[in-house]
Structures are given as C-alpha cells and as structure tokens.
Design a binder for this molecule. Structure first.
Ligand SMILES: C[S@@+](CC[C@H](N)C(=O)[O-])C[C@H]1O[C@@H](n2cnc3c(N)ncnc32)[C@H](O)[C@@H]1O
Length: 728
C-alpha cells in the first residue's frame, strides 16, 4: 500500500525540526484517533499540535516502554487502534508568548534585550549557560524585529458606512486566513451588511491554544533549526511546572514559568514606566500625524488607501533599517512603502507563497530583490508599490511606526491599530496574548475524559443551532442556545444578563462562607464576604462535540471579529478601545485575556502598579469554599489582550461581561467575554462596568476618580452639606 502522503508530509515536517519518524509515529497515531482523522487540525500551523504532542509525550514517557516501529506504522496506516487518552497539548503556547515581551524586566535571570524580555531557564550556580541559549536569545531578539515590521499604519478614523454586520460564526481560522466570511443571509439589521474578511484568521477553535500556535516548537534545549525564520526561535525552558506531578491527561492551558515571573513587583513597576526600550519617535513620526498620512486603520480598508503610492522621479529612496539578523542598525536600504501602501497580512502571505521574501529575510537583501518592508515583492520593479517618505527613519522609529498598525502583533484575526490624536504618548508596552496563561499556582487543567457526554454533544453533526432538538450543550444553558444563527446573543438571554448585573431587584449575590478575597488579605481584618454577582453562563460547543468548527455555538472561541482601535481618550481616562464599525446588539467584541492568577498571587502583586484585575468569581459561594488554587482572577497588566484598554463606565456601559464555558467543565475557570448591550456606532468608545464600589477602599480594583460621564456615575463628587444647603 502506498504511504499516505499526509503521513509522509508530517514526517518530513517533523524531520525538519529534528524529530525522528520513530517519535512521530505513535503520537501522530494518537492524534489521528483523537481528532477523528481530522488532518486539518494536525496540519494547521505547520503541524504545531503534532510537535507539541511529541514534546508532551517525551516529557511523560520516561517510564513508558516503546512500541515497535512496525506496529506504529501499521496503526497509522490503519488509523484504527484505540489510543490512550491524549489531551490536546496546550502548554507550549506560552513559548510563543515569550517572544517579544516588551518591558517586564524580571529579576530572575531574565535578560531584556532591545525591548524584549527573554526568559531563560534557571541556571544553577556556577553553571555556564549553554551556548544554545545564548544563541536563542539573539534569535528571539531578531524575531522581535520581524514581528514589529508590520505593514499598515493607523489612520484617522473615518466613520465606516454603517454595517450592522453580525458576528459571523462562520469565519475562517488562522490556517485558512484568506477565506471570506459570509454574512448570514437572514440578518435583518437596518443597514446593509458588510462581510467580515478574516484576513489572518486564527485557529478555528480559539479556546484551544494548541490550535493556534504559529510555529513549530523545537525540542527542549535544542537550538532551533536555522532554516526557521528568526521569530520562530523560542527559548524553551527545560523545567516545566505541572508536568511531572500531573496526570498525563491533565494539561494546563498555558503556564508561565514560576522562575521567570516570580517577584514581579519590580518588573511591573518598571513595566508601567519603562521607556528605555520604547523610544519616543521624532515629532514627524507622531502617531496622529502618521494617522494623517492616509493609511487606514484596519484590514479591508487598507486595500484602497494605497492606490496613489508612487515615487516621484529623482527623490532618493533611502531608509535606515536594522540590517542583519543580529539587529545592527545603520545600514541603508531603499525607502519603502511604509506610509502609504498597507497591504493586508493575507496579501503578504500570498506573496510569500508565491516565493516572495519576508521582511526579516529581506533585511539582508539588496533592493534588487524588490522586496518591501511589507513583505511585498514587486517583481517588475513597479514604482507604484514604493513611496519615498519625507523622513529618514531609524529602525527604532520604523518599529514604532509599524507597531501602530497592529497592537496585537498578529495574535488576533484582525489587526488592531492604535492612534493618539491628543498628544505624543504611546501606549504602555505589554505582551499581547490572545489566550489566557496560567501564571503559577492556578489550577486550570482539563482532560477530555472529564468532559462527560452530558457536558458536550458528541452525537451532533454540522451546526448545532440548526438542529431541531437542543443538544447537551444547549441544555446546560437552560435548554436554549445563547446565540442566534446570526452569531449574536439572543435578546432575552442578553436582557437577563444585563438586568442580573444592573437591576438591584434582579441581582443575586452569592456569599462565600470563607471568601478567598478576605482569606488572602495579609492583615488581621478579614471581613465577611461582600458577595459575588451570580451570572448567566454561556456554554459553547468544543472539540469533544460532534458538530463542526462552523457550528453557531462557537463564537467566543473564534476570537475578535470586528474592527477595533485603541485610542487615547480625550476625557482623561487614558487609553481606551473603540469600534471602527457599527456593532449590533449582543455582538461578541473580545474576551478579557490575561494571566490566570490565584487570589494569593494577585495579592502578592503590587496593586498600585496593576491595571484592573478581573475576578472569575461567578461560582464562588455556590460550590462550597473555593480552594486557594481554584479562586482565580485574570491580570492583564503584563500579558493581556485588547480588553485591557476597555475603560469603566458606571451602569450603562455598552459592553457586558458574560462567563463562557468552553474547554473545561470546572466552574472555577471560564472565559470572560464582552458582548454589546446595545447597538454601538462606529467610533464609539467601548466600556464596561468594572463593578467598582467607589466607597469600598478595599476593592480589588485600584480605585480612580471616575470620569465615565454616565449620569449614573457612582463616583460623582458628592455635594458637601454646605453645598446642599445652598442648593435648596
Ligand atoms: C483596564 S485599564 C483601562 C485602560 C487604561 N485607560 C489605559 O490607559 O491603559 C483601567 C484604568 O483605566 C483608567 N480608567 C478606566 N476607566 C476610567 C474612568 N471611567 N475614569 C477614569 N479613569 C478610568 C483607570 O486609571 C484605571 O485604573
């Protein structure tokens, strides 16, 4: 029998990163079984899932006897044997996230090079760090350069034609990034629908970090193969928490090495004020002016903003840029089309597929190759792909300019730009992640075997929303799906969520007999539990369900699907998040993503220097006394997503947070997703009610003078008795 070409390709790809067939076979076999021969999942992101599973297997296999090669091959060919339970490996996702960590300068043996925090494995006293690690550090640094050379620039935001386009659950994954999302035909918004183009979509099941990992991970301690681009070079710590003493079928979502992030008070202090690696650009490069250069803010618009990009004859086209893989500056290369031409990532990928080179590769090339900083190649040297900017940019300046086009550095489906139309400040650097990371002690692990059939719908096919009878997943949400076929939350479900949050009559506070918040206080004045708001929960279908990836009950796991922008607010709230397109009521905007911490870990951090943490307390008080490792919160100060920019608004905010259960049936961990409470117009700031009691000095959220502007503001300056007398 001829070998299955997909198997052959998998072997080949693994071989390229130094993994032998012998190691690949048994793992591939298990994955095929686990994914029911869904090769797409295995092949996505350059076989990342496979590579990760092999590493997991290696970690846990020490005492396991090897199976014979012949037998494995047979099994792969047959694809029929019953494997041990294998949970999709998620842990290594964090490796990706170490790349380019901007400014958390940790004390434990980490090095901060060119704005990139590089995590190094703990080195014993007197032990010389292996050369491979030094090498990796350099490579990671170079990787940072590449990730920052992104094509587009933020632009002045022109209100979009209204498009009440619903969130379409039918959008593409990262591995199929060029697919166009079709609007649902039966959406009856007032305005014409605008199809969402997922220009660089992420993994189809977003909640599974493993599916979204971009690059194959090298074996622990091994120098990545040179053939990989610099960004693929990752530091692989040899020690992995949770691995040794954990049952094989339990895998944390992603873990941050305790070594590297302990004692974070200092780094976080640095983080909020760090400037050394984050240079101010010259005035000519101010974001607002850049915005005025005509580039538009996100994805689809960019195609049209570059039509007139030409180089007048005689204008020298020179631009400074980091020139080598070691990142020296000062070499010159032709001016590139950075201020006008803003192709989408999809375009760049297409060019790459066509044999064009990437920016990192191009840095060593001469202009004869006709590469642009955007990864574009103009094979015929057409001038309309190149403009001569007025400025001679240094590499630092260029980095800043290009960062403005996508604060997510490619982590989301869509690019999210930032603009500052007020002054010359830049957003505080942080490491963008699109999935939560376990910091250290939080107990967040799951096993497919622990998701019982009653908590998933293995017998479903296709799109659960279309089936006559509500499936098991729907039953958990009260016998009805929370989503409409248009991908927004159902009106009644949403209204109930809103009233349970806002209406004192409908609010239900759960009181812990022993509140984790109080328990973790270092003082002797623990108070009784103040109560935790009971919430409605959405249960999404997931990989153990029989439905397909396009199932309408998978919305949050698909990630951001609307054009958003980070901007400096004019009313003194700092940076905020706004939408660049009209949003229908009930639309999923984004998830709150950060480090998953236990409450003691949260308290151990320096509150003053943190952005608002979010408690995952929807079940506290409901299920007995949550253990320390189960009472969790999310902190997005150092690692976070775009939600860290959402400002607070008392009571009538246009977003509401709803717990969403995706991959774990353990109630203490869930995803916190933001949905619109009403239609939101393009350019409106997105806000949510942090739930702060401004009178409670003890509140876990650092209090501030609220400037939300709501007529329901709970922090309005209260009139003094004297003032009250005068107003009578
Ligand atoms: C989660 S962050 C939001 C993003 C933040 N504005 C920034 O610039 O990074 C929370 C912080 O934003 C500021 N903030 C949020 N909502 C505010 C409001 N309504 N009034 C004043 N400041 C606000 C406070 O400083 C608060 O600690």
């Amino acid at each position: 029998m001829a070998p299955n070409p997909r198997v052959v390709q998998a072997f080949r790809t693994m071989k390229e990163i130094g993994i032998s067939e012998e190691k690949v076979k048994p793992v591939l076999k298990k994955l095929l079984k686990l994914y029911e021969k869904n090769w797409e999942l295995i092949e996505s992101e350059n076989y990342r899932v496979l590579a990760d599973a092999i590493f997991e297997e290696e970690d846990s296999k020490v005492s396991e006897p090897k199976k014979s090669n012949a037998h494995d091959q047979e099994d792969i060919d047959e694809e029929g044997s019953t494997p041990d339970e294998l949970v999709r490996p998620l842990k290594r996702a964090r490796l990706k996230n170490q790349e380019g960590l901007a400014t958390c300068s940790h004390t434990n043996g980490s090095s901060n090079v060119a704005g990139t925090l590089l995590k190094e494995p703990k080195v014993e006293e007197n032990e010389i760090p292996p050369a491979s690690l030094q090498h990796q550090s350099l490579q990671s640094n170079v990787g940072n350069i590449r990730t920052e050379i992104l094509p587009a620039l933020p632009g002045p935001v022109s209100p979009q034609p209204p498009s009440h386009a619903p969130v379409s659950p039918h959008h593409s994954g990262r591995d199929k990034g060029k697919q166009i999302v079709e609007p649902r035909p039966n959406y009856k918004g007032k305005e014409p629908m605008s199809p969402h183009v997922a220009s660089k979509g992420k993994g189809p099941e977003r909640a599974s970090v493993a599916l979204r990992i971009k690059d194959p991970a090298p074996e622990p301690g091994i120098i990545p193969n040179n053939r990989f681009s610099a960004t693929q070079a990752l530091i692989i710590p040899k020690e992995e928490p949770f691995t040794d003493d954990m049952p094989q079928d339990e895998v944390p979502l992603a873990v941050i090495q305790p070594d590297s992030l302990s004692g974070r008070d200092l780094p976080i202090g640095d983080f909020s004020t760090e400037k050394s690696n984050w240079l101010e650009p010259p005035e000519s490069l101010h974001a607002a002016e850049i915005a005025g250069a005509g580039a538009s803010a996100s994805g689809t618009e960019r195609h049209t903003s570059c039509e007139h990009a030409t180089v007048p004859d005689g204008i020298p086209s020179i631009l400074e840029i980091a020139s080598s893989q070691l990142g020296e500056e000062g070499n010159e290369m032709p001016a590139l089309d950075v201020l006008q031409k803003s192709p989408t990532r999809g375009d760049a990928e297409k060019n790459k597929e066509n044999g064009c080179c990437e920016a990192t590769l191009m840095l060593n090339e001469s202009f004869d190759n006709h590469c642009s900083a955007n990864g574009f190649v103009d094979n015929v040297g057409r001038k309309d792909l190149v403009v001569a900017p007025q400025h001679h940019l240094t590499s630092n300046e260029l980095r800043r300019v290009l960062d403005a086009s996508d604060i997510t550095k490619g982590e989301e489906n869509l690019e999210i730009s930032w603009v500052n139309e007020i002054n010359k400040e830049f957003p505080t650097p942080f490491q963008y992640i699109s999935d939560n990371l376990v910091f250290q002690n939080a107990h967040v692990s799951f096993s497919l075997s622990r998701i019982g059939d009653e908590r998933c719908c293995p017998t479903c096919l296709g799109d659960c929303l279309l089936s006559q009878k509500p499936c098991a997943c729907a039953c958990q949400a009260g016998g009805k799906f929370a989503y409409t076929p248009e991908g927004v939350i159902k009106e009644d479900f949403l209204e109930e969520c809103i009233s349970m949050t806002r209406d004192p009559q409908k609010q239900c506070l759960l009181n812990c007999t022993e509140c984790p918040l109080e328990r973790s206080k270092a003082d002797d004045f623990a108070e009784p539990c103040k109560g935790h708001l009971r919430r409605k929960v959405i249960k999404e279908c997931w990989i153990k369900c029989g439905c397909n990836k396009q199932c309408g009950n998978r919305v949050v796991q698909r990630g951001v699907n609307y054009k958003l922008q980070v901007f400096l607010t004019a009313d003194g709230k700092g940076w905020g998040l706004r939408t660049l397109e009209n949003l229908p009521k009930g639309a999923f905007v984004c998830e709150f993503v950060g480090e998953i911490l236990t409450i003691p870990e949260l308290y151990a951090r320096n509150r003053e220097k943190h952005t608002s943490p979010v408690l995952l307390d929807a079940y506290w008080g409901l299920k007995g006394v949550p253990k320390d490792e189960e009472a969790l919160c999310l902190d997005a100060t150092c690692y976070g997503n775009v939600a860290r920019f959402i400002n607070h608004r008392c009571l009538d905010a246009n977003l509401i947070e709803i717990p969403v259960e995706v991959e774990t049936p353990e109630f203490h961990y869930y995803h916190l997703a933001f949905f619109t409470t009403r239609e939101v117009h393009a350019l409106e700031e997105l806000t949510w009610d942090y739930g702060i009691d401004f009178d409670d000095l003890d509140h876990h959220v650092k209090t501030f003078q609220c400037r939300c502007g709501s007529k329901f503001c709970r922090n309005m300056k209260r009139p003094t008795k004297l003032e009250m007398l005068f107003t009578r």
